[in-house]
Design a protein around this ligand. Structure first.
Ligand SMILES: Nc1nc2c(c(=O)[nH]1)N[C@@H](CN(C=O)c1ccc(C(=O)N[C@@H](CCC(=O)O)C(=O)O)cc1)CN2
Ligand SMILES: NCC(=O)N[C@@H]1O[C@H](COP(=O)([O-])[O-])[C@@H](O)[C@H]1O
Length: 205
């Protein structure tokens, strides 16, 4: 049957992708192989990480796609991304800093689990810039800690079933950078844990 096939979607530096690359075929992520890294940003350093690890890569950005395909829509873009992902025959799709919101079309096309890493707790700070927003909320005395989670992807952004949730403290007087550093280290752990969990839940062949 071979190792389980993992497709990872990125938009940026790819430090969470690197955590998955490093965990491949180790007790942290046994019997799993990243078969495609796909980005919507050509300059995403995560693409270099994939190339260095001899992992096939793909790229397609929304605006260039719309420009070169007059009349096509955001849903058409989502369908094209789905097509390229499905060509890699994934068992799981991991959004690791993928900064594009998918419509229903994508989720109906991709019949395997799609999971997303989000740097906040369920129901708090959905969307972008969650780390900064949580830090600011702490400074205003509105929260006592934040956290990170990996959740199943549904149409409503960051509202899918949480799979792994980890609290991350914010220390009084610490800088945003120090908090973010601690939060990212937590992300690198939970993205591997959640990928392993979802793969373990798949039907045995
Ligand atoms: N249907 C879903 N798509 C995505 C989800 C999800 O839960 N459901 N998670 C996001 C990841 N994410 C937060 O975890 C997130 C990423 C991006 C955005 C967003 O507003 N993107 C804008 C573009 C922003 C940019 O390019 O910088 C957009 O898509 O128009 C919100 C949440 C991934 N997709
Ligand atoms: N809403 C989605 C979101 O904010 N995702 C965040 O993007 C970063 C990607 O870092 P990386 O490219 O170094 O893995 C991570 O902090 C991830 O939680």
């Amino acid at each position: 049957m071979g190792p389980r096939r993992v497709v990872v979607l990125i938009s940026g530096s790819g430090t969470n992708l690197q955590a998955l690359i490093d965990a491949q075929d180790t007790p942290a992520l046994p019997d799993a192989q990243i078969v495609l890294v796909f980005s919507n940003r050509k300059a995403a350093y995560g693409l270099k990480r994939a190339e260095d690890a001899k992992i096939p890569t793909g790229y397609l950005a929304l605006q260039p796609y719309l420009k070169t395909n007059p009349g096509k829509t955001r849903d058409d873009y989502d369908a094209e991304v789905a097509k390229r992902i499905l060509a890699a025959q994934p068992d799981v799709v991991v959004l690791a800093g993928w900064m594009h919101v998918f419509g229903d079309g994508f989720l109906s096309l991709v019949s395997v689990p799609v999971i997303n890493l989000h740097p906040a707790l369920p129901g708090a700070f959905d969307g972008t810039n969650a780390i900064e927003r949580a830090y600011d909320a702490f400074q205003r005395g509105e929260i006592e800690h934040s956290g990170a989670m990996v959740h199943r992807v549904v149409k409503d952004v960051d509202r899918g079933e949480p799979l792994v949730v980890r609290n991350v403290p914010i220390e009084k007087g610490e800088s945003l950078e120090d908090f973010a550093t601690r939060l990212h280290a937590t992300e690198w752990q939970i993205i591997v844990e959640a990928t392993r969990l979802v793969l373990s839940q798949l039907q045995q062949p």
